[in-house]
Design a protein around this ligand. Structure first.
Ligand code: ADP
Ligand code: ADP
Length: 232
């Protein structure tokens, strides 16, 4: 069963001479429940793809579907509903509210989600039980990213989208964050899609999609995936 499929997915930013062809007819299949790494150089269109299948942006042409539901046909309202019900996002720069504690940052999301987890439970899952009353400025980058993951996970998402989740972290902290993502995949059964330019992260994936110049170059299934600790 597929979490996502796309057919001929195309995205052009701008028009005329300043047009940027970010996606050039992408045909994609992402099976449910997998950890999928989307790997490619900066500017190759990875975030654009993630934003479209995550319901944050619109394609120019082609079709994208989530569990057989056509996203490209949805109204803005339906897309918002799709994001709220099914999708968690984790970004490179955490996007936490600085004036709110870890617990309150997570609560922001659970208050509007359909089937949320208890914020404390989500924070415990990422190992932050002792930090629930801390503000972002009182936490390390790795801790802040774990709050961001707790916030995404607390929605009980079917899919977790992570755009360069370790991009702002040192390698040891990055590994602890990847470990949390692996836990989320195993415990909740969520499909986890990680966008990265770091080839080493491909080793923890079930499937690696190599992306370049707006399209898929190669899809590699990992027969022997590693845990984040085992990655060099
Ligand atoms: P990646 O995630 O692989 O770094 P992106 O999807 O961010 O790639 O970008 C793909 C291409 O689209 C790049 O050339 C980038 O400059 C361009 N691009 C991305 N977002 C926009 C935007 N909002 N407006 C115009 N061009 C954009
Ligand atoms: P609304 O404002 O109608 O609630 P949003 O644009 O906030 O809709 O999107 C709903 C969900 O999408 C949010 O719960 C959040 O998880 C996610 N989301 C959208 N944009 C961002 C963003 N820039 N940073 C973090 N999460 C986002």
């Amino acid at each position: 069963e597929m979490a996502f499929t796309t057919k001929g997915l195309t995205k052009v930013y701008g028009t005329g001479r300043s047009a940027v062809h970010a996606l050039r007819g992408v045909d994609l299949e992402i099976p449910k429940g997998e950890i999928v790494v989307l790997l490619g150089p900066s500017g190759s269109g990875k975030s654009t793809l993630l934003n479209i299948i995550g319901g944050l942006d619109r394609s120019t042409d082609g079709v994208a579907a989530f569990q057989e539901q056509n996203l490209t046909d949805m109204s803005d309202r339906e897309l918002t509903k799709y994001r709220r019900q099914y999708v968690g996002f984790v970004f490179q720069f955490y996007n936490l509210m600085p004036s709110l504690t870890a617990h309150e940052n997570v609560e922001l999301v659970t208050e509007i989600a359909d089937d949320p987890m208890d914020p404390d439970e989500a924070l415990a899952m990422v190992g932050l039980k002792e930090r629930v009353d801390h503000f972002p400025a009182q936490m390390s980058g790795g801790e802040q990213q774990r709050v961001a993951i707790a916030r995404a996970v607390a929605k009980n998402p079917t899919v977790l989208f992570c755009d360069e989740p370790t991009g702002a972290l040192d390698s040891k902290t990055g590994k602890s964050v990847l470990n949390v993502l692996r836990d989320v995949n195993q415990t909740l059964g969520a499909t986890v899609l990680i966008v990265t330019h770091a080839a080493s992260q491909a080793q923890m994936a079930d499937r690696v999609i190599h992306f370049a110049d707006g399209n898929i170059r190669q899809v590699v299934k990992n027969e022997h995936k590693l845990t984040p600790e085992e990655i060099e």
